[in-house]
Design a binder for this molecule. Structure first.
Ligand SMILES: CC(C)=CCC/C(C)=C/CC/C(C)=C/COP(=O)(O)O
Length: 259
């Protein structure tokens, strides 16, 4: 059975140097045979570990790879330019306190505590059902964001000052924005389950936009973190709707809250 090395040699036209185009370049420039021990020593490649072919692939990055790297480079550059409230000394540094108030309006703690308080205070079963599902939505959002942050591990922008109100360990990572997922999820939830006048509905959508933009202005996130966060929050609402908790589907849970 031919070894991987000998089959590579055959593919390279009987030569032992790997790809023929490299062989022609090497043999034109140097009198030392390309596969000689001295050449291996020079290039730091050991005789026991021939260069894997996957490494050659890196010389020909795919169109998708180039497009993605360009997108990420634009994202980093534009996000840095938009981070005008990233520090007190930044261009719009004086607006930083306002941005931090907006940050707290989308933080997990006030939303969780507020929903829990409402649940304890509600005396109608319809209100309890909505609030229990909102609580489930907020917890699901926290878990999903933590999982994605833990997998992707994208660091926060270098210009971010880590002075956020209560964070958990994965919040050192920036992808996706937890504020953006929560804002999109809560907005879809509220628009669907609360009977609100048109101005309040518009205000709700505006709040999502303001929270999202403020994440980049504060330097907390790159734009792609926020865009993906919005998309994730939007999709998570569909999961909540699909798993909707009702007195019929989760009687034990509702029994806990009935006074
Ligand atoms: C029940 C429980 C574990 C509550 C934790 C609530 C909490 C500390 C949430 C973190 C919210 C936060 C700072 C998210 C980060 O948002 P980004 O937009 O900066 O990703």
């Amino acid at each position: 059975m031919p070894s991987p090395r000998s089959s590579r040699e055959r593919r390279a036209g009987g030569s032992s140097s790997g790809r023929p185009e490299f062989l022609s370049l090497v043999s034109q420039r140097s009198p030392i045979p390309p596969d000689s021990p001295s050449r291996r020593k020079e290039s730091g490649i050991s005789a026991a570990a021939p260069m894997p072919e996957e490494d050659c692939m890196k010389l020909n990055p795919s169109f998708l790879g180039i497009a993605l790297s360009s997108l990420l480079a634009i994202d980093l550059w534009a996000s840095k330019r938009l981070g005008v409230c990233a520090g007190e000394g930044s261009t719009w540094g004086s607006a930083r306190p306002l941005m931090k108030v907006i940050e707290i309006s989308g933080h997990g703690i006030p939303w969780l505590l507020g929903t829990f308080y409402g649940l304890c205070q509600s005396d109608s079963s319809a209100a309890r059902e909505v609030l229990l599902n909102l609580l489930f939505a907020l917890l699901l959002d926290l878990v999903m964001v933590a999982v994605v942050k833990g997998i992707v591990k994208r660091p926060r922008p270098t210009h971010n000052k880590m002075d956020m109100f209560v964070t958990i360990s994965v919040d050192k990572y920036s992808f996706p924005s937890g504020h953006a997922t929560r804002a999109a999820l809560v907005c879809r939830f509220v628009l669907r389950h609360l009977v609100l006048a048109i101005p309040l509905r518009v205000l709700m959508v505006l709040w999502v936009l303001i929270v999202s933009v403020s994440r980049v202005m504060l330097g907390r996130h790159n734009m792609t973190d926020v865009l993906f966060g919005l998309l994730l929050g939007y999709m998570l609402y569909s999961v909540v709707e699909y798993c909707w908790l009702s007195p019929l589907s989760a009687p034990a849970l509702f029994a806990l809250w009935s006074h």
